[in-house]
Design a protein around this ligand. Structure first.
Ligand SMILES: [Zn+2]
Length: 360
């Protein structure tokens, strides 16, 4: 399916997703599409959203031009780079030492969770994808710009999201995520769901979200002891994720990207303060050029780097660019300028998502 077909598909699938809620309000039918209900499902083939997930037998075979078969993006909500460095976080520190670390990485100007994660996973600025709010609003539907998960799924790759905040549902365009998992706010539960999936995951993109650093920052303050302890807890969850990845026989075909949606200062974020904008950015994998590097990285580069690492053409309508240190030596395919822009934009007003209010 080509991107220009996206609008029609988004409309059709959004209607499918929204309909059970309408039935529920009128006839008390089960809310089978409710995101909170989906979140309780175990991440296996019985998950409704996993119905069309490719398995190892049908997924595209590894190719010489595909630097990696799997990209796992792990986002630590609200983790400042200096917080990562100061926390008792041995797995983050190891992955940084074994990978490439951007000393100058920034999130988008609206340094809030939903806007910045949408930019991370779509490669465009907030005004382009339209997710300019930061809470769960079912009536606002989905991002109006295709995500990298959508594009990868369109190419037959598997996609999965394991998240701790319901508002991220706005990023999961209908038909773009084979496995949507919102098990709980705690990283232990999120990691447990991801660890059940990762050892046998077919080629594709997996997104994992831990929320504790942000929560501790709001409750106590950024860089305080409780905040650093929350990074430490998240790091133990990350350790189990890395163990699952490193248990794979093809672990040299897995690229891990570690980042954050924003930083914070005092007990807040969302401003243009550099403490809010500066984020950690790590690439870890067998083709990564190791070491810290000075080149600027923007959060819009993260998803685009994932696409390029999977051998997918970089779309012509995004502002993010591949961080080539993640897969040095492999050419990057760039899509032509032949007008995918307007046609690739889903109708945000058509979709509706369902569920409960979320933490920020
Ligand atoms: Zn926050």
């Amino acid at each position: 399916m080509k991107p220009r077909a996206l609008a029609a598909v988004a409309v059709a699938l959004a209607v499918t997703v929204a309909l059970p809620q309408v039935l529920h309000s009128q006839t008390a039918a089960p809310e089978v599409s409710d995101a909170s209900e989906i979140s309780d499902a175990s991440p296996d083939a019985s998950d409704a959203l996993a119905a069309d997930a490719p398995d190892a037998a049908t997924a595209p075979a590894p190719t010489a031009t595909r630097p990696y078969d799997h990209v796992v993006i792990v986002s630590f909500d609200g983790m400042r780079p200096d917080g990562m460095e100061q926390a008792d976080a041995p797995t983050l520190h190891r992955v940084r030492a074994e990978g490439a670390y951007a000393l100058r990485a920034e999130t988008v100007g609206d340094s809030s969770t939903l806007p910045s994660h949408t930019s991370m996973l779509s490669g465009v600025e907030v005004e382009v994808h339209g997710m300019e709010f930061d809470d769960f609003r079912p009536e606002r539907g989905f991002t109006r710009f295709p995500t990298v998960l959508y594009r990868a799924h369109d190419e037959g790759l598997a996609t999965a999201m394991f998240v701790a905040k319901q508002k991220l549902r706005h990023i999961a365009l209908p038909g773009s995520v084979d496995l949507w998992s919102l098990p709980h706010w705690s990283c232990e539960r999120v990691a447990r769901a991801a660890v059940a999936y990762l050892p046998t995951a077919p080629p594709g993109i997996t997104f994992i979200h831990f929320e504790e650093p942000d929560d501790a920052g709001h409750r106590y303050r950024w860089m305080g002891p409780q905040y650093l302890a929350a990074i430490g807890r998240s790091d133990r969850c990350f350790a189990s994720v890395m163990a699952a990845i490193e248990s794979r026989a093809d672990r040299d075909r897995v690229l891990v990207l570690v980042s954050a949606d924003h930083g914070g200062h005092g007990r807040r974020h969302g401003t243009h303060n550099p403490l809010d904008l500066h984020i950690p950015w790590i690439a870890w994998g067998s083709r990564v050029v190791r070491g810290d590097f000075e080149d600027p990285v923007r959060t819009t580069d993260t998803g685009i780097t994932a696409m390029a690492a999977l051998g997918l053409s970089v779309p012509g309508d995004v502002t993010g660019r591949p961080v080539r240190r993640a897969f040095e030596g492999t050419p990057v395919a760039m899509e032509g300028d032949a007008g995918t822009g307007a046609d690739a934009t889903p109708d945000a007003t058509a979709g509706a998502v369902t569920g409960d209010a979320a933490r920020d």
